[in-house]
Design a protein around this ligand. Sequence first.
Ligand code: NAP
Length: 483
Amino acid sequence: MTEQRPVKVAIIGAGMSGLCMAIKLQDAGIDSYTIFEKAEDVGGTWRDNTYPGLTCDIPSRYFSYSFRPNPNWSHLLPEGPEIQAYFQQVADERGIRGHIKFGTEVISARYDDGHWRLTTAQDEETFDVLVTATGVLRVPRYPDIPGQADFAGPVFHSARWDHSIRLADKRIGVIGTGSTGIQIVAALGGKVNKLAMFQRTAQWVFPMPNPRYSPVVRATLTRWPVMNRLSYRFWGLIVRHFFGRAPIRPGVQRRVVQALCRWNLRRSVRDPQLRAKLTPRDQPMCKRQVMAWDFYRSVQQPGVEVVTEAIDHIEPLGVVTADGVLHELDLLVYATGFDARAYVRPLTVIGEGAVTLEDAWADGPVAYRSVAVPGFPNMFMLMGPHSPIGNQSLIPVAEDQADYVMWWINQIREGHIVSAAPTALATRDYNDSMKSAMPQTIWVSGCSSWYLGKDGLPELFPWTPERHRELLRTPVLADFDVR
Ligand code: NAP
């Protein structure tokens, strides 16, 4: 037996991917890890987003860790609070909380003398390996509308929902019609005094039903875990081979999704004026595809208005549109999305030669196979640039990435290497080949979306989920500077 070196690992973030990394380390018998978590609980996105109607649009069976199926999902699509409860439960079952420094924001991470030195508001600590698991859509993006500060009522971002406010008697304005805005409108339409949906760009809506799992189904899956595993595989095939393929290349999947979106609008909205307002100019899936069952029904409820006139400014009493109309409101919600290019930032990361990640990403975030960056040895990212997001379940993606990171950690532990970082050449070649695959994706078909980077190309993975797994299965040593 070779003697194993102790390896100290720092994980930043206790969301879905940070917990996944921790479990992989534990399974390998590595207990010397610390998770730094800015907030006071695990869960990341599912802790921060609590807006009414929050539902993941990936089937629940496939929105679970492959190693920890959950027979108790209530619906085909899991609701926000039960996803959060699932991650809390996994953290408790695996005893991960004891490794988490809650309420501890990492301010900087510096690679120094073969180690990562992490500075928090409280202290400094040194690690062999740094894993960033900071999520993708974490930093809320607020609009820049004149007069915003003048609004007399409560106003907040969708990811910072204020549950102290009673909604039923309110006149509510929702700015934004992405997946979030549409879920909020679907949940509140007809249930509040008035609802104004401010739509800058119409969205295609895929008709995704969300049936409840009966107690019999749940009991069956609990009694026979093999059924749960089969169900995971079944939904995995659907997600990967249907929704995963439709946007990345022309074919039957793309035609079916597009036809169903158009049919959904035609059959659900009979009023020609409202239908015209809700008809997008771009193609289905060009923006992140919205999946909903109730949206068109909700938007036609009494008291719901679709406002397509551009917003001019905000006043104490409400929102004034370019036609001079004042939409009087008691509460304003910004469902205006997130800064998708933040990744690990605003945390300062300093690699070899005092080069910061900010410098390395001056032209936009890039990575080698989405997990590593040249000049930043022993730093690995989960959900880094160009990860397969948007048309996938992120959980299997995080599992594949964490397995890849484990391969490198094991090399260090077994004493084969001290450090590894991808070469600039391999990283450039990888990114060039990705760019050349972008033209066949639907994301470049002429819309604006958070998918697009500075160069106008999507910061997404243009190939199949299987290809992503394959790329991470066996590390290519020749692509790395290994010491
Ligand atoms: P988003 O997709 O970025 O949508 C932001 C919306 O705000 C867009 O409609 C945008 O209009 C509008 N907007 C932004 N600034 C505006 C302004 N100044 N005036 C008027 N409108 C403005 O954000 P999101 O809806 O929060 O969704 C982000 C992502 O989160 C989704 O794409 C998805 O990946 C994820 N998500 C997933 C689920 C799920 O079920 N899995 C649920 C919710 C969110 P334009 O289109 O004109 O720019």
